[in-house]
Design a protein around this ligand. Structure first.
Ligand SMILES: [Fe+2]
Ligand SMILES: [Fe+2]
Length: 129
């Protein structure tokens, strides 16, 4: 998956973090070719979850600062997303075999739907896109 200008919220800090998330997803995708697939996958996924949490917090701080009217709703969406990924991690821990393409596809949709459907509204509210 490649970064496209249509993903941009017009807010530099948020866009930089989104780019890192896209990179991490690409790394996850390439981990399926590794010899130590299971170990690499678990590690990359853990890093991804940590970074997602960091990013959500950082994005919520931006929304607070600019008085974004849908902050509470957006915060709830973030919470649900973290919960969904935490559930996948548990699934993996308990041996449910997610195939990597299935997992990457799921996470790509998850991220892009949120960025395009919700995060862009922040830039629109600010009038920068
Ligand atoms: Fe968001
Ligand atoms: Fe975001």
């Amino acid at each position: 998956m490649k970064w496209q200008s249509s993903f941009s919220t017009g807010i530099k800090k948020i866009d930089e973090e989104h780019k890192i998330l896209v990179e991490m997803l690409n790394k996850l995708e390439s981990s399926m070719y590794s010899d130590k697939k299971d170990k690499v996958l678990a590690l990359v996924l853990r890093n991804l979850v940590d970074y997602v949490k960091f990013h959500f917090k950082s994005e919520e701080e931006v929304m607070e600062k600019i008085g974004f009217p849908e902050l509470q709703r957006h915060r709830k969406l973030h919470k649900n997303l973290v919960h969904e990924v935490a559930t996948i991690l548990l699934d993996l821990k308990h041996g449910r075999a997610w195939s990597v393409p299935e997992l990457v596809g799921f996470l790509q949709h998850w991220l892009m739907d949120h960025i395009l459907g919700e995060d862009l509204k922040i830039g629109q509210y600010l009038g920068v896109i």
